[in-house]
Design a protein around this ligand. Structure first.
Ligand code: S3P
Length: 162
């Protein structure tokens, strides 16, 4: 039961594209941040404040594991940092997983994150320089894990499909 997993940096458009693909392919859609907020009973930014980033990463792995074990085809959108842990990478290495990387330019991401009402602790609590460093640090992992890369033009094409 293939899982189509969307990966990419914060603000890449994983939720938007995930919802669109789910509606085009008529598949269930799971947004990991949403599942986490439901399970934790608080916004991601509060969870970071209360328990710290490493507790959040553990929770992400638990949630990813649970979603991957569902006996159904589905579209899953991850959080930008989900795929940085070895446990998550192992889950994605499974043969029945197809990983789509949304490779969205840095300036587009930042613009979206500035507008978004959902707070990303790693964005609001860092300088633009250290945020860019985090982006650059993660790129090779996204690239390595992906079965397919979608640039901004390919993303637009998906979003314009009826
Ligand atoms: C994070 C990305 C966020 C959210 C959390 C941490 C990250 O999700 O999980 O703020 O480390 O990149 P989005 O990628 O959906 O913004």
């Amino acid at each position: 039961m293939t899982k189509y997993v969307l990966i990419g940096f914060m603000g890449a458009g994983k939720t938007t594209i995930g919802k669109k693909l789910a509606s085009l392919k008529q598949l269930p859609f799971y947004d990991m941040d949403e599942v986490i907020v439901e399970q934790a009973g608080c916004p991601v930014s509060d969870y970071f404040d209360l328990y710290g980033e490493s507790a959040f990463r553990k929770l992400e792995v638990e949630v990813l594991q649970r979603l991957m074990s569902k006996k159904e085809e589905a579209i899953i959108s991850t959080g930008g940092g989900t795929v940085m842990t070895p446990e998550a990478q192992q889950l994605l290495a499974h043969s029945d997983v197809y990983v789509l990387w949304l490779n969205t330019p840095f300036d587009v991401l930042c613009h979206r994150l500035e507008q978004d009402e959902v707070q990303r602790p790693l964005f609001v609590n860092s300088t633009l320089e250290s945020f860019f460093n985090l982006y650059e640090k993660r790129l090779p992992t996204y690239r390595k894990l992906s079965d397919q890369e979608l640039d901004i033009n390919q993303q637009q094409k998906i979003l314009s499909q009826k």
